[in-house]
Design a protein around this ligand. Sequence first.
Ligand SMILES: [Zn+2]
Length: 258
Amino acid sequence: MWILDDSAATPFWRPRTPRPGTVLLFTTRRGGTSRAPYDTLNLGRSTEDDPAFVLANRERLLLAAGLDPARLATAGQVHGTRVVEVEGPGHHADCDALVTRVPGVTLAVTTADCMSLLYSAPGVVAACHSGWRGTVDGMPAATLEAVCRLAGCAPDAVHVAIGPAIRGCCYEVGEEVASRFPAAAVRRTGVKPHLDLPTAARLALEAAGVAPNALHDTGACTACEAHHYFSHRRDHGLTGRHWGVAALIEAPGAGGGE
Ligand SMILES: [Zn+2]
């Protein structure tokens, strides 16, 4: 079960009971320094926001979560299905998911309607960006496979969390997109079909062997909840970006520390 601590200076979603040795979180738009329309916790460098604000926001968030801003790994996010194994900080242009077994490295994926998915297995974490295209092409299961390979575990040992994303209530799509998804992921109550990416991800992950009770959905819709979230669709592209963050924590005295 995931919770949003609304009383924190920089609120973020986190597991109520995290797996020991892991930090997983999804940010909201709140608790940062950026001005409108990026107010306030804009973490995206691809926006027109002042880069100094973005940098300050990233630092504020990571420090609030107890993570080292100097050991950040990010993905280029090209709406593909490539997963990259990360062993240190840096930017990986041609991929949509990052996986690591190295404690102290912080994985972050950026979204403002697309899903971010966070994975944890014994000794391994991953962060994945999956919009409609990535979801059709199998990104959620591709990341699961990478996690299992690296952890040497079965899919039923993996926990997956689904972050704030645009959902079936708000995500109007064309028939050419809707027809590529299972019927259960499409709402057909209005004039145009509405796509629910989290349902599509859940179906794909359960089919790949993730236990239903190991799938944790924040249930948050970025487009509905303007007070909490940026939404590319709602804000016509002029908006900030959230992060999904995953890291293994360095055990005290494990070497390489202070
Ligand atoms: Zn909505």
